[in-house]
Structures are given as structure tokens and as C-alpha cells.
Design a protein around this ligand. Structure first.
Ligand code: EPZ
Length: 431
């Protein structure tokens, strides 16, 4: 299993480039199911979850080209014939975002069989709100040996019908899944209490380019007027705001002077405000952000919220910075029930963090020591790398395959701005 070896102490200096957003690319790839025409997506990140999605689409009968040539990180997807509209367990168990094919499959073919995703390290991750929405649109849902089967009404033309859906909880992929289903439903669908994440807006932009009629994406209320069919399109995926935020924190924690390039600063408002409260110097450009810190940082509390609040996907990484700020920081995780897996490992490196339910208390500033640590999930892995960048000596991080799911060439990009980080063991992607 791959490991990282990180020697701390170097401030990060120079320019680091952000890749396309994994959490935009995944729903946009699923959206290709909605048409028999070719869909071309550019700025696709070279990460493991994208490869998993490619396998999933191919297993259903799609033709998928995925190229990371010098010029473009792009994919071409053609779902002319979906010979086997089933999301099989052996793929779904490795990536719960596979449930994003549920809505498109039933909208396009009238039936969808998707292995129930099950939980993951950060929580049990139910999809009850996806199912409730599909049933409101006329689908019948049954369960069969760990698989969920959804069928559109066999009356009439076998299409879903519009509905008024108010989400009990704000769900990102729930909003995306049902938005895709609604584009081909009969009539009008009104969604309320929707997720407002930029990834939802990015997906809606693709769907509109494919001929969908959607108003309000990016707000809490989205209205969709169903159309008989969608056509192909070409779309460029948004920059990854979580990767960009991770790099901002890397510049801050190492006391560096880092230019985070090819990002969208408008997606990072909550993090930028928080970093400034900590005493980090931030200069915002049109598609880049410069982060500088002299090292003397002040504690500032965070509480994770749905967008545009402080993102849960930045919580673990911010906690690493909090260990280097003077004072006491409280971190409240309101979105997932078990997203403090990084705390134990940070404490093993010398941090002083206690957890009580959904709140962690970090007492800083504590010098961090190198240690052998274990990655547990995608963002916890990034948090441990940030801590290792300021720890004395060499930290060995095990199970970095978690990190490879959502960060493209992470160690190469960090090395390019002065980090002492290298990968040991198998190369990413080798069997
Ligand atoms: C998306 O997950 C992201 N993944 C997650 O990023 C992110 O942490 C999360 O949104 C929150 O921003 C992708 O976009 C692929 P939710 P998602 O549905 O959609 C509960 C990363 O690190 N809920 O918004 O699965 C759920 O349990 C990943 O890149 C229900 O109860 O998250 C959670 O408590 C991790 N029933 C809350 O809602 C449902 O049917 C928010 O979950 C759906 C969700």
C-alpha cells in the first residue's frame, strides 16, 4: 500500500495549480446517461474516484474515453446503449457517490438497479432523501438482496412526472440526483431546501447546455421544466474549491508565500474570512489567491455548515492549522456524525485535541513531532499531510490511497512549491 514520507519545516513558496473539482465531475459524468449523444467534459481531475466512475459507466454499456494528455484532462462519454443499467456492488462499495446514477438511469431507461451504498468512515451516509424524491416523481422503489430497484410508472409513456419536493435535510448529491431525474420528467418539478454548493450549479450548467430547462440552481429553490430528451454537450468542470482550500491552508501552516492558481475565489468565501481572522494574509485575484503567513496565528472557531457556510470538507484540514494557532479553537462538525478520525492521529503527533460529541477543542500552539500515522478517509489524509509539513523530522503516512481518491498528483504539486514529500510503494493506478 502506498505511503507518503514527509519531512517538515519548509515554507511553501511559488505557484500551485488547482485541478478540476471531483465533486462536480462525478455528477456531470452521470448526467451523460441522460442522452444517447456524446458528452465531452474538460478539466477532469486525474483521481481515483473518476476512474471508478468510468468503470461504473462502462459496466452499464457506456463508451467512455478518459484522457489526461498534456493539453486537456477530458472525458468523452457516449451512452447510446445502456445494455446493463445496474450499478454493481463491487463498484458502489468503493464509491458511494455511485448513487448519482440512480436518477439519470430511471429518467433515461425507466428502471435503475443500484447497490445500496452503505456507510463509510465519516458516517452512515443514507440516501433516503434521494428515494423519497424519486417516489414523489412516481417511481416505485423496492429492495432486493442489497440492491435498490427503482422503476418509473408503467402507465402512459413510462416517464417520471413532475412534483413539489421539499428536502427534509440539505443534501448535495440528493439535489443533484433528483435534478437530473427531473430534466426528463413529464411537467414541472419544484425543489425547495436544495443544496447551493457550486457543484450543483456546475451540474445545472451542463444540463442546460444539454437542453434542460432549469431555473434557480445555486439557490435553495430550483424549478425544472421536463423535456422529452436531452442532447450532447461540451462542458468545462469548475476548479476544485476543496483542493484550493487545502493548498491555502498548506501555505498558511508552513508560514509560506503561496499563489494558488486556476481556482475560483468566489467559492472560498467562508475559508478566506476564517483565515484572515487567524491573521493569515490573503490577496484575492480573479482566478488565483495569494496566501502568506508569518507564523504567528490566532485561534478562531469554526462550525461546519452547508454552502456558503464553512465546508465540512475543509474541517479536518483547518484543524491541522488550528494546532499551530495561539489559543483555544472549537471545531463543530454539523454535517457528518463521525468526521473526527484525524484527531487521534494529530494527537499522536503532539497536538492537544479533545472531542465531545460533535465538538473538538484544540489547544494551541503545540509543536508537532513526526510519527508513523494512518490515513482513514480523504480529507483526514490531507489534514495529516498538512500537519507533517510542519512537524520536526520525517512523518510516514500509511494508506494514502484514501487521498488519491480526490487529490490529483498531490505530492508532486506540493514538491513543486518546496515541500519535502515523496511517495513510497506502488505507483498510483498500478494493479
Ligand atoms: C457530498 O456528499 C460530497 N460528495 C461530500 O464530499 C461532502 O462532504 C458532502 O456533500 C457535504 O458537503 C460528493 O459530492 C460526491 P449530503 P453527499 O447528501 O451528497 C444526510 C469529499 O470529501 N443525508 O450533502 O453524500 C447525510 O447523512 C466528500 O469530497 C441524509 O440523511 O452528502 C449527511 O449527514 C465527502 N439522507 C447530510 O445529509 C440522504 O438521502 C449531508 O449529506 C442524503 C443525505
Amino acid at each position: 500500500m502506498d505511503k507518503f514520507v514527509v519531512r517538515g519545516g519548509n515554507p511553501l513558496l511559488g505557484t500551485i495549480k488547482v485541478s478540476g473539482a471531483k465533486n462536480s465531475a462525478l455528477p456531470c459524468m452521470a448526467a451523460a446517461i441522460l442522452t444517447e449523444d456524446e458528452v465531452i467534459l474538460e478539466n477532469i481531475p486525474q483521481v481515483r474516484d473518476i476512474e471508478t466512475e468510468r468503470k461504473l459507466l462502462v459496466s452499464m454499456g457506456a463508451e467512455v474515453e478518459l484522457g489526461y494528455g498534456r493539453a486537456q484532462h477530458r472525458t468523452s462519454i457516449k451512452c447510446a446503449l445502456l445494455s446493463d443499467p445496474v450499478a454493481k456492488y463491487e463498484i458502489v462499495k468503493t464509491m458511494r457517490a455511485s448513487s448519482l446514477v440512480l436518477g439519470p438511469l430511471i429518467a433515461r431507461t425507466g428502471v435503475a438497479r443500484v447497490a445500496m451504498p452503505g456507510g463509510c468512515a465519516i458516517g452512515d451516509r443514507p440516501i433516503d432523501l434521494h428515494i423519497k424524491g424519486l417516489e414523489a416523481m412516481g417511481a416505485t422503489v423496492s429492495y432486493d438482496h442489497g440492491y435498490l430497484e427503482a422503476r418509473s410508472p408503467n402507465s402512459g409513456n413510462n416517464r417520471l412526472h413532475g412534483a413539489h419536493i421539499v428536502f427534509d435535510k440539505i443534501t448535495v448529491t440528493g439535489t443533484e440526483d433528483l435534478l437530473m431525474a427531473a430534466t426528463l420528467a413529464e411537467g414541472e418539478t419544484l425543489f425547495e431546501n436544495c443544496a447551493r454548493e457550486p457543484e450543483v450549479t456546475d451540474l445545472a450548467a451542463l444540463l442546460i447546455a444539454m437542453g434542460a430547462q432549469i431555473e434557480g440552481a445555486g439557490t435553495g429553490t430550483i424549478r425544472v421544466h421536463g423535456v422529452p430528451q436531452l442532447h450532447g454537450a461540451r462542458h468545462k468542470i469548475n476548479p476544485d474549491r476543496i483542493e484550493a482550500g487545502t493548498f491555502l491552508l498548506a501555505g498558511a501552516i508552513t508560514g509560506g508565500d503561496l499563489n494558488v492558481d486556476c481556482c475560483d475565489p468566489s467559492h472560498l468565501g467562508a475559508l478566506i474570512a476564517k483565515l484572515e481572522q487567524c491573521g493569515v494574509k490573503i490577496d484575492v485575484g480573479t482566478d488565483h489567491i495569494r496566501v502568506r503567513s508569518g507564523g504567528d496565528l490566532k485561534a478562531s472557531d469554526i462550525s461546519t455548515e452547508e454552502y456558503p457556510g464553512f465546508p465540512t470538507d475543509m474541517q479536518a484540514q483547518f484543524m491541522a492549522l488550528a494546532t499551530q494557532t495561539e489559543g483555544t479553537t472549537t471545531v463543530t462538525e454539523n454535517i457528518f456524525e463521525n468526521r473526527f478520525m484525524h484527531v487521534g492521529e494529530l494527537n499522536r503527533m503532539g497536538a492537544n485535541i479533545t472531542v465531545n460529541g460533535r465538538t473538538a477543542t484544540i489547544r494551541g500552539k503545540t509543536p508537532l513531532q513526526s510519527a508513523a500515522v494512518m490515513c482513514s478517509d480523504l480529507r483526514a489524509s490531507a489534514s495529516l499531510v498538512l500537519a507533517a509539513l510542519v512537524a520536526d523530522g520525517e512523518t510516514i503516512l500509511d494508506r494514502v490511497y484514501h487521498l488519491d481518491r480526490g487529490y490529483e498528483r498531490f505530492e508532486e504539486k506540493l514538491r513543486g512549491v518546496g515541500a519535502q514529500i515523496r511517495r513510497m510503494g506502488d505507483v498510483f493506478g498500478k494493479k
